[in-house]
Design a protein around this ligand. Structure first.
Ligand code: NAP
Length: 514
């Protein structure tokens, strides 16, 4: 039997008492390790984190906690090679795709370490200036932000086991809030190894960082009024979290990052041999193929002016045809596998649904697998769909196929394009391509209320832009409506979620003594 990974709870490593779930290599089909959370005393583990971990973290200043983040970043950096090996085996990703997760995690942790330094030796944060409450200035109100005296339960999706963990944990720990991490079962190994390395390095106080691998049963039940839960995953699970008693009765604060039908929009007036057109094509192909399209931010809908529909189909199809798919251990392979059999089946099923109202412009089935057995490997070739009836189609605006699949849609004019994008009901990100600065700016503002991020690409940023789907810690991550309504990252804004705001009303002298 494969090795059983231990959970870290109440400052100890504990094995589950059940048989566990086996994690599988999605390319070779090999059994890797097992995870199991049966029999854990979650109540005691959460209390330990709240009482011991929370107290120890709150006793430190922001600058001291930033130093801990920097030390954790170093631990991860030293063990990077082991993480790449786990990602290849457990996620089936090529090196560049593993980097998005692993190096993205290390970079994000480093950024929060740097930003935390700037907060200095304080243990809570002022929120704005004091304002007078009466005619004279003798009695005033000063808002404060204080770290919540609870735990942060961080529930993650399978596609970013490393980045998903640290982009949540870094602002939580910097805020002084202990974290309990629940990685998605399918890819829990990488998150577990990273936590193991950080715990072994003795960087953090006991109770500051815990991990539960395996079933999520009982985790939400262990939450108490001052706790928070930050969730990333499907809309279905998000609905369960929102409807949970802990949220309804204990006002447990939630942040939800769910799925979305992100769009890429080529503005009117661009030529098929122009730079903006080329940038759209390149980005669409990149977004469809990085991590085999298993990115919540990936482009799902590509909107182009009607007159450019055929040229766009041809250009994107030609680039997709060159993508080699198969075993990530083979250096010629550009795109590895989906994460599991279940995901492969879900993608095939979603694709079949979309194909009922679209044409297949580039068929993923034409990609013969390199160095991989199609009967075993969970690979799916990149597929471009399209329909000339963007208004009549409904599933393409509503169904997220979490794989290398996107749909090309033609639009009549700017208003039509915006109305089609809005049918996504709120998304994480939209990207806009063009060369007219005024039109790009106007479109960005039109899209801003429905998106967490608008990524504007014009020729002058061709070489410097950070990528439609890349989530940078400097910028907000999260979108309204269907995207879940959560807000993460955005520099120090991320700390708000882990703090409680309070207005202290007192004499000016008392406020000055704060
Ligand atoms: P999922 O099935 O919803 O699972 C997400 C996490 O929730 C997993 O850790 C899962 O654990 C846990 N979970 C399941 N049921 C739960 C419950 N009743 N209570 C508490 N936790 C529970 O999602 P997924 O399949 O891993 O991820 C794919 C989806 O995530 C896609 O739709 C994608 O768009 C979305 N996503 C969004 C973002 C974003 O930032 N907006 C980022 C990445 C992915 P188990 O694995 O043990 O079931």
């Amino acid at each position: 039997m494969s090795e059983l990974l231990h959970n870290h709870l109440a400052g100890r490593w504990i094995a589950g008492t059940g048989a566990g779930t086996t994690l599988v290599d999605p390319v070779l089909g090999d059994e890797l390790v097992r995870v199991d959370a049966t029999g854990l005393d979650l109540g005691a583990g959460f209390s330990f984190a709240r009482e011991q971990g929370g107290a120890a973290l709150r006793a430190l200043s922001y600058r001291e906690r930033a130093t801990l983040l920097a030390a954790m970043q170093q631990v991860l950096q030293v063990n990077r090679d082991a993480y790449y090996a786990i990602a290849t085996a457990n996620s089936g990703t090529v090196k560049n795709d593993s980097a998005v997760d692993i190096d993205g995690a290390i970079y994000t942790l480093g950024q929060y370490a740097r930003w935390g330094e700037t907060l200095g030796e304080r243990r809570f944060l002022p929120d704005g200036e004091a304002v007078k409450l009466g005619k004279d200035a003798s009695f005033q109100s000063q808002h404060l932000q204080l770290p919540t005296r609870g735990v942060a339960l961080l529930i993650n999706a399978f596609n970013f086991p490393a980045w998903g963990l640290w982009e949540k944990a870094a602002p939580a720990l910097l805020s002084g809030v202990p974290v309990i991490v629940k990685p998605a079962t399918a890819t829990a190994w990488l998150a577990q190894r990273m936590v193991q390395d950080v715990v072994a390095a003795g960087v953090l106080p006991a109770g500051a960082l815990s991990i539960v691998c395996g079933s999520s049963a009982g985790l939400m039940d262990a939450l108490r009024p001052m706790d928070v839960v930050s969730f990333t995953g499907s809309a279905e699970t998000a609905a369960v979290i929102r409807g949970h008693r802990a949220v309804a009765q204990h006002s447990v604060r939630t942040s939800i990052e769910a799925d979305s039908l992100n769009a890429a929009l080529l503005l009117e007036g661009e030529a098929p041999d122009g730079e903006a057109f080329g940038l759209l094509v390149k980005e669409a192909v990149r977004e469809m193929t990085v991590k085999s399209g298993q990115k919540c931010t990936a482009i799902r809908r590509i909107l182009v002016p009607e007159a450019l529909y055929d040229s766009a189909a041809e250009a994107i199809g030609a680039r997709l045809a060159k993508i080699s798919v198969g075993n990530p251990r083979n250096d010629t392979v550009r795109m590895g596998a989906l994460v599991s059999r279940a995901q492969q089946a879900a993608v095939r099923d979603g694709l079949a649904q979309l194909q009922r109202e679209t044409q297949t412009l580039h068929d993923g089935a034409t990609h013969a697998l390199v160095d991989a057995d199609p009967a075993i490997a969970c690979c799916v070739g990149p597929t471009l769909l399209g329909t000339r009836d963007a208004d009549g189609a409904s599933l393409v605006h509503d169904t997220e196929v979490f794989g290398p699949v996107a749909t090309l849609l033609p639009y009549r004019d700017a208003e039509h394009a915006l109305s089609l994008i809005r049918r996504g009901q709120g998304s994480l990100v939209a990207s806009v391509y063009g060369s007219d600065a005024a039109a790009l700016a106007r479109t960005a503002v039109e899209l801003a209320d429905g998106h967490g991020r608008v990524h504007v690409i014009s020729p002058e940023v061709a070489a410097s832009h950070s990528g439609h789907g890349n989530v940078m810690p400097q910028s907000l991550h999260g979108g309204p409506g269907r995207a879940g309504g959560g807000e993460e990252l955005g520099g120090l804004r991320a700390l708000n979620f882990y703090h409680r705001r309070c207005a202290v009303q007192a004499a000016a002298g008392v406020l000055a003594a704060l």
